[in-house]
Design a binder for this molecule. Sequence first.
Ligand SMILES: Cc1cc2nc3c(=O)[nH]c(=O)nc-3n(C[C@H](O)[C@H](O)[C@H](O)COP(=O)(O)OP(=O)(O)OC[C@H]3O[C@@H](n4cnc5c(N)ncnc54)[C@H](O)[C@@H]3O)c2cc1C
Length: 335
Amino acid sequence: MDPISLKPFNSFHVEAYTSRLVHVHHEEELPGVLTAIADDPYLILGGGSNMLFVNNFPGWIVRMAIPGIQIEEDNEDFAIVSAGAGVVWHDLVQFALQHDLGGLENLSLIPGTVGAAPIQNIGAYGVEVADVFHRLRGYDCRDRQFHFFDKEGCHFGYRDSIFKRKLRTDFFITKVWFKLSKAPHALKLNYGSLNEALAKEGITHPTIRQVSEMVGKVRVSKLPDPSQIGNAGSFFKNPELPREAAVELLAHHPNLPNWPMPSGQIKVSAAWMIEQAGWKGKVVGNTGTYQHHALVLVNHGNATGNEIWEHAQRIIGSVEHQFGVRLEPEVNVIR
Ligand SMILES: Cc1cc2nc3c(=O)[nH]c(=O)nc-3n(C[C@H](O)[C@H](O)[C@H](O)COP(=O)(O)OP(=O)(O)OC[C@H]3O[C@@H](n4cnc5c(N)ncnc54)[C@H](O)[C@@H]3O)c2cc1C
């Protein structure tokens, strides 16, 4: 069997090969796909915008391509909208804007698919998918049954959910339902850079479209476009530290941006520590750290997955040495 290149299927644009690639367009195809896979290794793929292939993948890549966006319920206050796992996330955002439905505007232009959005509870500019999530359906390859999950069942956290933990690799998300608002006062505008951008344009009472446009402008100014420079957005998560550890760290580094979490832990800025450790904008061979955003690792053209992973490890080591904090990848590293 000829090897299949995964370069077109990952936003880092690194070369990696697999022997089998299957595209799933209907959820009813999944039981048959799982039977064909039998005991071989497999990996669920959406848009590949949160993945780093360090090696070739020795098995099946199952690419979720289920289409379709629908308004399922509509009343005076809100609408329930469903979308297939393969729908491009920003297409769903645009659908919501076209129908005057609020809640997704702060999440404009996040790359990837609807099916992957609950996996790491995607978030940006003060909003997370959990804020608008209603329920999802998917196929569990352990009992070979379809199951629904409501919001509580998903155990959403910061860039986290049950699908990254207990159900990692076992559960294929096929469809997601969102509860979107018709109330204009439901806008979330208190995130620093979004707030500043709106104020700069003199917009005091923005529409959801204006919020989406502004988020787009801020994103374009800070993040590299994967079609030009290979990347997977933020490579690392912001570490969440126990209160005592954070207080001690902040005593030594009072300028370190930090945010108290509902859990009592304190989240500290990974970008700040990476920048202080001298990595922002640094080019190392074919890889490096983006000049406008210290959390974003980039492929300057011909980097291999392994080169990017080695760069990530150098950053992890140097931040740990300087701050005593171990960074964890947000990106799914496939080794
Ligand atoms: C330029 C750039 C900016 C970004 N900005 C943000 C941001 O602001 N906020 C943010 O949260 N993320 C951001 N990301 C990361 C990325 O967009 C999200 O993680 C996105 O949800 C990944 O979607 P995907 O379809 O590409 O998933 P993939 O990368 O294909 O997969 C990600 C994970 O989800 C699993 N998976 C995918 N689809 C399914 C499914 N249907 N069922 C079960 N498991 C599945 C995969 O196995 C893998 O573990 C950014 C990425 C880039 C490149």
